[in-house]
Write a protein that binds this ligand. Structure first.
Ligand code: AMP
Ligand code: ZN
Length: 112
């Protein structure tokens, strides 16, 4: 997508603090971290949000969860716990219209 910041990160047109990459998915540190570990796991395919997921995206979404789980292990928050979040739409505070999975941990997360 032309004006999508995450597509630009994927194409390396915009710099990011990359922590994971394969042919389908990237992971990078959130620019405004809300916890000691705050990584965004993002598919290379531009999908706007959970609302428009298709059956054919099932494996990709599953893969994102497994990549996040493995990153949690790598960052030593596997045992202490972590949160995986897909913010979807306005009331959830979705600000980037390219689906992404937040991996947050490294402290007690008090909000719901
Ligand atoms: P959301 O509010 O769920 O749409 O999450 C978007 C997240 O992307 C926010 O936590 C932002 O801090 C983060 N973000 C926005 N632009 C960038 C960027 N250029 N590099 C890294 N993270 C970003
Ligand atoms: Zn995009």
């Amino acid at each position: 997508m032309n004006n999508c910041i995450f597509c630009k990160i994927i194409k390396k047109e915009v710099k990011s603090d990359l922590v994971y990459e394969d042919e389908e998915v990237i992971g990078f540190n959130d620019i405004y971290p809300k916890s000691p570990v705050h990584i965004l796991v993002v598919p290379k395919k531009h999908i706007q949000s959970v609302n428009v997921l298709k059956d054919e995206d099932k494996e990709l979404i599953g893969k994102m969860v497994l990549v996040a789980r493995d990153l949690a292990k790598e960052r030593n928050i596997f045992e202490t716990g972590y949160r995986l979040t897909f913010n979807t739409g306005k009331d959830a505070g979705q600000t980037v219209d390219h689906i992404h999975l937040h991996l947050m941990g490294g402290k007690k997360l008090l909000f719901a």
